[in-house]
Design a protein around this ligand. Sequence first.
Ligand SMILES: [Zn+2]
Length: 321
Amino acid sequence: MQKAIAGIDIGGTKIAVALADSEGRMLSHLRFPTQVELGAHRILDNTITAIERMIQESGAKLIAIGVGCGGPMNRQRGVILSPTNLPGWDEFPIVEMLNRRFDVPVSLDNDANAAALGEYECGAGRAFDNLVYITISTGIGGGVILGGEIVHGVGDGTGEIGHITVQPDGVPCACGSRGCLEALCSGTNIARRAKERLSNGEQSSMRTMVTDLSDVTAHTVTDAARDGDALAREIWDDTIRFLAIGINNIIVTLAPEAIILGGGVSTAGEQLLAPLRRQLEARVKIMPLENIRIVQAALGGESGIYGALILARRAAASREA
Ligand SMILES: [Zn+2]
């Protein structure tokens, strides 16, 4: 009987589930809305049902599961600890529950770590052993891979790149600190800065692009900046400057071979990357920046599910070893 591994990528908006053969080739792939209001147990039940159906259709035997989920979490205990994007997932023993249902090894990791792993093995990071993945989306998260391994650190906290201080004593952040990268440069906060300036009465073509000011998103800002709108350009320039400060700190600390940018805001592509590289050239003086690639994620929204499958494959391999 063919052996299969399953990957699960749990986000606050969507859940992706995939089945692959033991070589990692994808057999089937499904995405559905998380519906956070259903609560942890019913959401996991729906996910389990989806996996069971996929296994049945493939006729394969499941040998391992990999899970990427928003943190904080305790990987050793296999427990999710109240992520901000998954209300009610408090002390949720996801590994034990999957074990109970499938009786196979389950490997759990932070969703940004899983996405970093996906890019490392299957995406923009394939040529490198040392990289930092940064996702700029509703929030900002990251994963650090050194010597081909995810770095976890105390409390599995490595890679909380969204909470690097980029503005001393700056705006309050959801984490309780101030001036964090996420508080200024997440998609949500790029939009917030634009809305604040617009509600102060400043002139901008962004007004004509939405029916209501509350509809302004980071994409409104990037589109208007591309078309030359002065206010949008200023907000975008500030975004790049804060990102450059944060990424400078990462580069001089870790000297990675690559910085890979993923998440919705990274789809701005060269509109983000070209000025970011210029800013970094002006900041990073202590090491050769030309040997550090600043690139866009190659797998887009799929980095996380590829990473979950890699976690599963590694769990299966360690079981066999
Ligand atoms: Zn913070």
